[in-house]
Ligand binder design. Structure first.
Ligand code: GLU
Length: 307
């Protein structure tokens, strides 16, 4: 199968959609990104890469980082982690407070903001302090992408903290239910920092290969998690990776995936490849509009869905 030719076809087909939707403007540092950009990349288990458009341009990975922090927390705590964060779709927007109140401060899953904040808190506790937790997260991202130059955009992190009232509210509410161990500002600041990592579509498609290969990087042979944990993470990506549009993404695309408000989406084809698409303009649920369509076209044209 000529994957490069398929990506080129997809790029042509989604071009009319570019600019439809809206960039995330609640993070001022992201509001200025040109909405018409598009990049898509595929990395096979043997490291072969394909890419179109701006697949080499770094963007703000935002909630895609939640896959990496969930991986580290599951490795550190095992099933104990689920005492503090569930694994059910929320059916609510990514930053909703309502459900959290009536479910006593236990977030539905690690991919909504509240769940990811609990996961970050658990990593700070496990690694002893926020600095070591963040260094460990960055070290992990650099390992799985095999790219030592991956860093955080401090301007995006600062901009989020300045406007982070809702995420701070989520963290305070959970603290009132004893589900945050550390100081609220430290936890939320660390969460914003890992959301502010910048990576390209090609780097991210490489980074998720461990999830396409049962927890072991197929190129370096480094084992990060067990096959069972990898299966679980893929399952949570499938059911919860796109906020209140998770069912729709499973319906149209049929792959485990995770989106971020920077316009990136990663997807995993188990046993075959990692994929990442990036286009900053978002649909109403906060997922990349052209990116979602591109992934739907990819699974339709290749037949590579899990169903
Ligand atoms: N840092 C973003 C926030 O907490 C992440 C949201 C997202 O990518 O969906 O609002």
């Amino acid at each position: 199968m000529d994957i490069q030719a398929i990506l080129e076809e997809i790029e042509k087909e989604v071009r009319p959609l570019l600019g439809e939707g809206k960039v995330a403007d609640y993070i001022p540092a992201l509001a200025n990104v040109d909405p018409k950009q598009f990049g898509m990349a595929v990395t096979l288990l043997d490291g072969t890469q394909y890419g179109v458009g701006e697949s080499g341009k770094r963007f703000s990975i935002q909630s895609i980082s939640k896959v990496f922090t969930f991986t580290l927390a599951l490795h550190a705590y095992g099933p104990e982690l689920y005492k503090r964060v569930g694994r059910e779709p929320s059916g609510s927007p990514f930053n909703s407070l309502v459900q959290l109140e009536y479910e006593h401060g236990i977030p539905r899953n690690p991919f909504i903001n509240a769940g990811a904040i609990v996961v970050t808190d658990s990593l700070i506790t496990h690694f002893g302090d926020d600095y070591t937790a963040l260094e460990t997260i960055m070290g992990f991202i650099r390992d799985i992408s095999d790219e030592p130059s991956v860093t955080i955009d401090p301007e995006v992190a600062r901009s989020e903290m300045e406007h982070g009232y809702r995420n701070l509210a989520l963290a305070h509410l959970m603290k009132s239910f004893d589900n945050i161990d550390n100081e609220v500002r430290t936890v939320v600041q660390t969460y914003f920092k890992h959301c502010a990592v910048t990576m390209s579509a090609s780097e991210l498609s490489r980074a998720v290969l461990y999830l396409a290969n049962g927890g072991t990087d197929p190129i370096t042979q480094h084992t990060f998690i067990t096959p069972q944990q990898s299966k679980r993470i893929n399952a949570v990506m499938l059911t919860c990776g796109h906020y209140d549009a998770s069912g729709d993404f499973a319906f149209h695309v049929g792959l485990p995936g995770k989106s971020g408000v920077g316009g990136g989406i990663v997807a995993v084809v188990p046993g075959k490849m990692g994929i990442c698409v990036w286009s900053p303009a978002l649909n109403e649920q906060g997922n990349s509009l052209a990116g979602t369509r591109a992934l739907e076209l990819f699974t339709t044209k290749t037949g590579f869905s899990i169903f």
